[in-house]
Design a protein. Structure first.
Length: 634
């Protein structure tokens, strides 16, 4: 066969035709690739914008939730200023809810995000689950301590403030908007609060004669009258306000001319009054020595012992009265027996475990406190109250004093009751424990009386407010002992939180006193790394604004530092004129807490008002809100 050779022109045309056919294929491929590339660009841009908008929403609702929760804490703190207790706390929800909704909406708006205050703000309660020992949120449960805020962009109406997010390139593929949302919740942290109370004897000083200087004589006497009434003890015929002991002689017999004589014993002197002229007087002092006055020529007068000794026996010869020492004379005595007999105390058992009527009589004669009040050698119920508060303060000595309104202890008890009432009304999941101190310190977890008994020793930090209130109300100033071991109280509070504090609750200590720390371990000294500049630099200039060389105060400070190192907050409260305010202020600063001062005042009512507010402030000093990173779904 003859080989056929394609003409050049035909070959060129064929090659050109093939090239044109291939060019069409490339165009199709290029077009498809371009569409895909545009899709990826659209997707990337829109995804980036969606991500950006979600971040914007999240930041806005985080801020809105925190701001809304802050409205709750602000309302709680305002309620704590009222001194009204649980009723004020219970009003927190109704007051705070509307404000929280409005604030959440405004804060979100400031961040360029729309939040509907009615539908997008939700409230709940953070509670402690005893079974799992964790905190959980129960939405729509009161009282509220959790605020949830949601920002939604899900409205298909593009003119609405919560409209769906418009996309840039996605409309190419038939989707022009995207629904997005973000939620956040903020909560008020529950607290484990250990209250550390001063049970030293000085906590009854305002009800003693010591209170005359700053409260006034009549105010203290009125308070002592309330104490006598509350104790309900039989004090015979003792008058309330102390008076000198006056012994009355035999009635005057006019037919025989027998005089009527009265003798008032005033310590180292006596007042003598007779219906006839006095002929002779014999005085006997408490050491058994005698002094005589011959024919004083008067029918009345005040007569003194020459050596300034105390007089407890007198013989008076006036006219023809009874014979004594070979002379006519009538006998008068102011021995313990005579005084008990005069006031009917010989027939009455002394009411308490420690002390006696004779010991009380001696107290009236020789106590410096009584002398300073100008009541020495006087006898009355007011002196008896002072005797109990000054000499028999411990519960085992005077077992019923807890019933009586001795001050400032009773004002403190009432403040603590309000503190528990406030926490109960608040229902924010706060738990509390009770520590008391004097010469030593202890956890208060048990109370056993004839008619009632309570025991929280298994759960010393709990929400058993009524039980703890019952325990503290059955105590008295100097209940166990009389001194002020403040550092020991801090030590016990730390131990209670270490052993029984809840995970997820804010550990807090409230330390109060009306006096000065005066007890600590004998071998205590500050550690070598102690730095006052770091502990008490109030003004931030690098230098300490408080230091002390007193071992007892140093021991308290060391306990506070150890508490702070464990993550605990320490609040302090100083009560009355005798409290160490500089120390308590410095301790609160070092403890990153709040210092509250109740200075006392001119009346007991003022003190009670101050303590109600003081304990209310502590109860209402809730921690700042925190974001909740779980249970935020709306």
């Amino acid at each position: 066969m003859k080989n056929y050779r394609m003409p050049f022109g035909e070959k060129f045309r064929r090659l050109w035709r093939q090239r044109r056919e291939r060019k069409g294929v490339f165009a199709v491929i290029a077009g498809a690739t371009l569409v895909a590339a545009l899709g990826f660009v659209a997707l990337s841009v829109d995804i980036a914008m969606i991500s950006f908008m979600k971040t914007k929403l999240q930041n806005a609702v985080d801020a809105a939730a925190l701001a809304a929760a802050q409205e709750i804490t602000a309302t709680v703190e305002a309620a704590g200023q009222s001194g009204e207790g649980g009723s004020a706390a219970a009003d927190v929800n109704s007051i705070a809810e509307a404000a929280a909704r409005e604030v959440a909406s405004k804060v979100a708006e400031l961040n360029g995000v729309y939040v509907d205050p009615d539908s997008d703000v939700r409230f709940g309660k953070r509670v402690f689950d005893e079974g799992t020992e964790t905190f959980q949120v129960v939405w729509d449960a009161t009282p509220y301590n959790v605020v949830g805020v949601t920002a939604r962009m899900d409205n298909p109406d593009h003119s609405a403030p919560d409209s769906e997010m418009e996309l840039f390139f996605a409309p190419i593929f038939g989707k022009d908007s995207q629904q997005i949302s973000a939620s956040a919740a903020a909560f008020v942290e529950a607290r484990d609060i250990v209250v550390v109370l001063d049970y030293s004897r000085s906590m009854n000083y305002d009800s003693q004669f010591r209170g005359f200087d700053h409260l006034g004589r009549q105010a203290v006497l009125d308070n002592q009258a309330e104490i006598i009434e509350a104790l309900g003890v039989d004090t015979g015929s003792l008058p309330f306000e102390p008076e000198y002991f006056t012994q009355v002689g035999v009635p005057q017999n006019n037919s025989q001319g027998t005089p009527h004589i009265e003798v008032t014993f005033k310590g180292n002197s006596v007042d003598i009054t007779s219906t006839h002229e006095i002929n002779m007087i014999w005085l006997r002092d408490t050491d058994g020595n005698y002094r005589s006055f011959n024919s004083p020529g008067v029918s009345s007068g005040e007569f003194f012992d020459h050596s300034n000794d105390m007089i407890d026996g007198v013989w008076v010869q006036s006219w023809n009265n009874d014979d004594r020492f070979g002379y006519y004379g009538e006998e008068f005595g102011a021995t313990n027996y005579d005084i008990r007999e005069e006031y009917g105390l010989n027939d009455i058992d002394y009411p308490y475990h420690s002390g006696s009527w004779s010991d009380f009589i001696n107290y009236c004669r020789y106590s410096d406190t009584v002398e300073d009040a100008e009541y020495d050698w006087k006898y009355g119920q007011a002196n008896f109250v002072n005797y109990l508060l000054d000499q028999k303060t411990q519960n085992y000595k005077t077992q019923d004093m807890w019933k009586a309104p001795h001050q400032p202890f009773t004002a403190m008890k009432n403040g603590v009751s309000l503190f528990y009432e406030f926490l109960e009304g608040l229902e924010f999941g706060d738990y509390t424990g009770l520590v008391t101190y004097d010469s030593d310190a202890r956890w208060e977890t048990e109370l056993y009386l004839a008619d009632e008994g309570v025991d929280v020793s298994c759960d010393p930090i709990s929400n058993s407010y009524d039980t703890l209130d019952t325990i503290q109300r059955h105590k008295q100033a100097g209940h166990y002992d009389v001194f002020t071991g403040m550092g020991y109280g801090m030590e016990e509070a730390r131990g209670m939180l270490d052993e029984h504090g809840r995970f997820g609750a804010r550990p807090t200590i409230l330390l109060m006193t009306d006096g000065n720390a005066n007890r600590s371990p004998g071998d205590f000294s500050l550690p070598s790394d102690w730095d006052w500049d770091k502990m008490t630099d109030f003004d931030g200039d690098g230098n300490a604004d408080y230091t002390t060389g007193n071992r007892h105060r140093q021991y308290v400070f060391w306990q506070v530092r150890e508490a702070v190192n464990s993550g605990y907050t320490v609040h302090t409260m100083s009560l009355g004129a005798g409290a160490d305010r500089n120390l308590m202020k410095a301790l609160a600063f070092a403890g990153r807490g709040l210092w509250i001062d109740a200075p006392g005042g001119s009346t007991i009512a003022e003190l009670e008002d101050q303590l109600r507010v003081a304990f209310g402030k502590i109860a209402a000093n809730v921690p700042p809100p925190q974001l909740l990173y779980e249970d935020t779904e709306q």
